[in-house]
Design a protein around this ligand. Sequence first.
Ligand code: CA
Length: 236
Amino acid sequence: MQHKILIIEDEENIARVLQLEMEFEGYETDVAHTGTSGLIKYREGKFDLILLDLMLPEMHGLDVLKRIRATEQTTPVILLTAKSEVEDKVKGLDLGANDYVTKPFEIDELLARIRNTIRFSKQREKIAEQKDEHLLSYGHLSIHEHTREVVYFEKTIDLTPREYDLLLFLLKHPKQVLTREQILEAVWGFDYFGDTNVVDVYIRYIRQKLNSSNSTPIIQTVRGVGYVLKESPHET
Ligand code: CA
């Protein structure tokens, strides 16, 4: 996939060289020559990285950065700074810039920093996506399948592996009445020859651990059938 870079640099020949080098490396580019137009392009497009000069007409690079970071933290920003701008460089990093290069810079070094910064930001995005994919929740109960963390009413609940599997199975079928046989098959497997009473025993353990004074028990008994995960009282 081709990555897109926004270059915000007022010195036109520097901007031009940067653009040519980036495009030669296979990046798609867009260029802005003032702080304001840079911000407008940023808002209109979707970029994988922003190269941001600090001394810019209309709006200082740090103000551009501040406005970007006020909206989101994810698009990586590399600052292009002059040797004399040490203080601004530090401010920029504090404001959420990911890296900087000092002018005059070696193009190879800049390219290496760009590659690294993009790679790192893509990894972070991927981890964030995986986190969301593995988060299951219903009512006040949530389970993070990746970390196996169980949270009920904002409290972390410690479960044994079997209790965890059982609760996870219920959470995957909220508001659905499940028979003891269904639960047994899903949690203990087909080869389990014991009594279905084991389900009742484990449900009791989990209920004790989830015991919360401010609600109807989330695991409810459906007389003669089995159990249901439900926040409001189940009508039988
Ligand atoms: Ca400048």
